[in-house]
Structures are given as structure tokens and as C-alpha cells.
Design a protein around this ligand. Sequence first.
Ligand code: NI
Length: 282
Amino acid sequence: MTPVPAPTDGATIVRWRDDYAPHFEALNREWIERHFAVEPADEAVFRDPYGSIVAPGGEIFFLVAGNDVLGTCALMVHGERTFKLAKMAVSPGARGRGYGDRLIEAAIAHAREAGRDTVLLLTNSVLAPALALYRKHGFREVPVAAESPYARADVQMELDLRRDSVSLADAFRRVHEHWRPKVVAALNGQEVKVVKLRGEFVWHHHEREDELFLVVRGRMRVEYRDRVVSLAPGELCVVPRGVEHRTAADEETEVLIVEPAATRNTGNVEHPTLTAPTGARL
Ligand code: NI
């Protein structure tokens, strides 16, 4: 995991530690009891923060200055594509120092790094400073889902991480296998994918789909039965539907693909190792 960048005033953000469990509970009880009432769903989380949040794949962040734990927030797994931001608290004496911003930034960075599409949160309309903070970080109000376990939840907000720009450099850094295209964007029924190539692919054709290949780094060949097209960085070609082809690269090559959603990389061929799952996102 990438370390969370250190804030400049000596306070740092750290991930879950067992000995911080009492701080997690105390920081959250403070604001919940002041404005609302602690609910059974809160008690369940306080009894076992690690088991209910971190172990299933979430994370709990703490803002620490010296020996003081001054803030916390949690990211809980919520389906495959979403994290839920929850249990966010800054100690009353430490407010106004931007600690809430730092906690949210750490949480958003973590969600992005984990490849989640959205971060959602449930809150209450009386918590005006919290709502302003969430809005500042890009959260937008959406209808409240019916299944909320908290009576105090009357506002639901979402941050759509997919709306942001895509860094191809970042995307390729996160691709670790060859011949496994990953979707980074979608538009008009087409998908934009990144893939790393090395070696020779399998001969195949696509019944209905044209495929665009754009080389970002390295060199690739698009081989047809009667000719070979060589592509250098910045060069692209379109392989027409129905035409048999094979891609190849002598060195590891980074390629951007545009083709209709759910196009299978091996087309009409089912290959034991080269056929990749369709629709896999980064
Ligand atoms: Ni193909």
C-alpha cells in the first residue's frame, strides 16, 4: 500500500491500529451523543471496529499529533464497487485546523487506489459543517436509500470517482499482467481499455467489432495473414471486424484499446490462458 502523505504541521494520518480502538469509539461517541443517540449499529461497530470494518476490506484512518489521536474516519466495504465513508470525527478541541480535510483526502485516495467507483456516505442535515466539508470534496446529495441502519441518516451523498480524469501513466502502473485489458473509461457503448502486451497473441477475429489499438509506450505489431502493421508510440490502427489478426510485441508495450463493450480479447477463439474476462475495470 502507498503511504498516506504526511501533513505539514506534524500531524500524520495512520491506518488502523488495535491500540487506537478506544479513540475510535470515544471520538465518535462524542458527536453522536451530542446530536443524536448511539444506535445498535454504532454499538456493533464500536464492539469490534477491526472485525466489522477493516477485516472485510475497509480501512480506518486516524489523525495523530504526537501522542494525541485527534480524528478518525472509516471506509467500509459496500458492494464491489463502492466504499462507504463513515464514523468521521475530529476532536472538538482540534477543529478548524483542516484535519477533516486530511482525513477525507486520505479516504478518497484509498478508495481510488482500491479501484472503487464511488464513495457514499449517510449523514444528517443538522451537521452543517460536515455537509459543507463533504461538498467541498466533491460529494453530491442523492436520494437516501431505504435500507439505512441508522435512524439519524436523512442525507445521503455520493462521490463519483469515475467522473475524474484518467491518468494513463497511473493506469499502466496498476496493470501487472500481459494480455489482460482493463477498462478505464466507457462512452457510447464503447470501452477504453489499457493493456500491456509482450510476446505473441493468438490468431483470431471479431465477428462484429472493429478494434482500435494506440501504442502509448513500446512497439507492437498487428499481424494479418498477408501483411504486418508496425506501431510506434503515438501511432494507432483499426483492425476491421471479420479480419483475422494477431497482436505481438517483442518488448513490454503499453497499448490503449477502444472497442465495443464486452468485446472478447480473443474474439472467436476460447484460449485457456489468453482469453481475458470482459469488463474488468482497474
Ligand atoms: Ni482482436
